[in-house]
Design a protein around this ligand. Structure first.
Ligand code: ATP
Ligand code: MG
Length: 393
């Protein structure tokens, strides 16, 4: 009988919180699995059973944060070590291999250094073309001896995503543009256990319905990693126009970013978010210098702003975006809300006092409140009904 055995790494270290982390992980796994497939915790492993084809089930598990290793195993009942050797005598493999014994049951009569060569011998008998290579084998045959006469035998191992179960660290509100960076930032937030809601700023009629669709697709793709976030769409045209009309154009982008943070914080606070995430990256563009970032930080009073990509190189971000399936969506050529307002010479190192002086030309709070009242909440296909909320006043 086949069973998928999953390990969950870092959760072991969580002391008093381990129960909560594990319960959340199990809930996330069950939501990710196809109907009818079961998952149970056994000792320090998660066992997934009741499937016909392992491959699609493994693919689902590879999208669950918190799992480190995923192995499709044969589940072998034994009374003596000979029963395990009997099973190994039928294993077929090519190339080089090594046997790794994991003896959770310390009462198993043979110690690993004795049992491993015996296992290797029976495999070699059945596969005379195979060779043992303990340094760099093509196949690792793992024999995990559990308690109560049960062993799991695997000939392959997939890496899980690692990280922590989505939800254990709280909630984040993530500013998502149509670009490459911010979906990766949302993914990184989820990796450390945050459930993510998204906020996107549009400037109709300058930005199109297709540009919004692209952002919806990005959120949906990020949500496939066990997130159930909402997308808050913020119509930002009035704020952009007022900044353009009343303030010096070298501060347009800096001021727009400050309004964005203020609105994201307001949405976040109304929805019990614990922090704000952005895809900002140091010195990538004019608005992302230390001074630009400082100017954004001074808007948020209640929530910290976290920037997981701050020190990444662009090619590292692109690599991650490709891995998580957002890159191909991000490069679709639709306009971003800021591009319509972007000046030819934005200030690269905005001085905070000068920014605040420019901002004084506007009625910041009224603009934020009016904009907030026009927010639309998009329910994404896998948003659970309970987590779907309209912006609260
Ligand atoms: P990205 O690839 O994420 O768009 P970028 O390299 O284009 O980033 P900027 O356009 O300067 O950089 O944006 C910096 C960050 O500000 C983005 O990562 C995102 O978090 C936020 N942001 C920018 N534009 C928007 C928008 N229209 N809606 C929501 N957030 C935005
Ligand atoms: Mg952008």
């Amino acid at each position: 009988m086949s069973v998928i055995v999953c390990s969950y790494g870092e959760i072991h270290l969580k002391g008093a919180n381990r129960g909560y982390f594990l319960r959340t992980l199990m809930q996330n796994i069950r939501q990710a699995l196809p109907e009818g497939v079961k998952a149970t915790v056994k000792d320090t492993r998660i066992l997934v059973t009741d499937f016909t084809d392992a491959k699609p089930v493994v693919n689902c598990l590879k999208k669950v944060f918190g799992l480190t290793h995923i192995r499709v195993c044969a589940s072998v009942n034994y009374q003596t070590p000979a029963d395990i050797l009997n099973y190994l005598g039928q294993v077929k493999l090519n190339g080089t291999f090594k046997v790794v014994i994991n003896r959770a049951d310390k009462n198993f009569p043979l110690k690993s250094p004795v049992f491993a060569p015996q296992c290797g011998d029976v495999i070699l008998k059945n596969n005379p073309q195979a060779k043992v290579d303990v340094q760099n084998p093509d196949t690792v045959v793992q024999v995990e001896i559990r308690h109560n006469g049960l062993a799991f035998v695997s000939t392959g191992c997939e890496r899980g995503l690692g990280g922590l179960p989505v939800g254990v660290s709280g909630r984040a509100i993530c500013l998502i543009s149509g670009g490459i960076d911010s979906p990766v930032a949302a993914f990184m937030a989820m990796k450390r256990g945050l459930a993510v809601d998204f906020v996107h700023f549009t400037t109709p009629p300058y930005t199109s319905e297709l540009a919004l669709q692209k952002v919806i697709s990005l959120c949906e793709q990020v949500n496939t990693f066990g997130n159930h976030g909402n997308l808050y769409v913020v119509p930002f045209t009035e704020i952009g126009s007022q900044i353009q009309k009343q303030c010096h154009d070298q501060y347009t982008i800096t001021l727009m970013r400050r309004f964005m943070i203020a609105l994201a914080e307001k949405i976040g606070v109304a929805h019990q978010a614990d922090c704000i995430f952005t895809g900002e990256n140091l010195a990538q563009v004019a608005s992302q210098t230390i001074q630009g970032i400082t100017s954004n930080n001074f808007v948020a009073q209640k929530l910290p702003i976290l920037r997981p990509l701050i020190c990444f190189d662009k090619d590292e971000i692109v690599h991650l975006a490709k891995q998580i399936g957002t890159y191909e969506i991000s490069i679709l050529p639709y306009e971003d809300c800021c591009t319509v307002f972007v000046p030819s010479h934005p200030t690269i190192k905005p001085n905070l006092a000068a920014v605040l002086a420019e901002e004084k030309k506007l009625d910041f709070d009224t603009l934020v409140d009016n904009c907030y009242n026009a927010i639309i909440c998009k329910r994404l296909p896998n948003t659970s009904a309970e987590s779907f909320n309209k912006p609260q006043k």
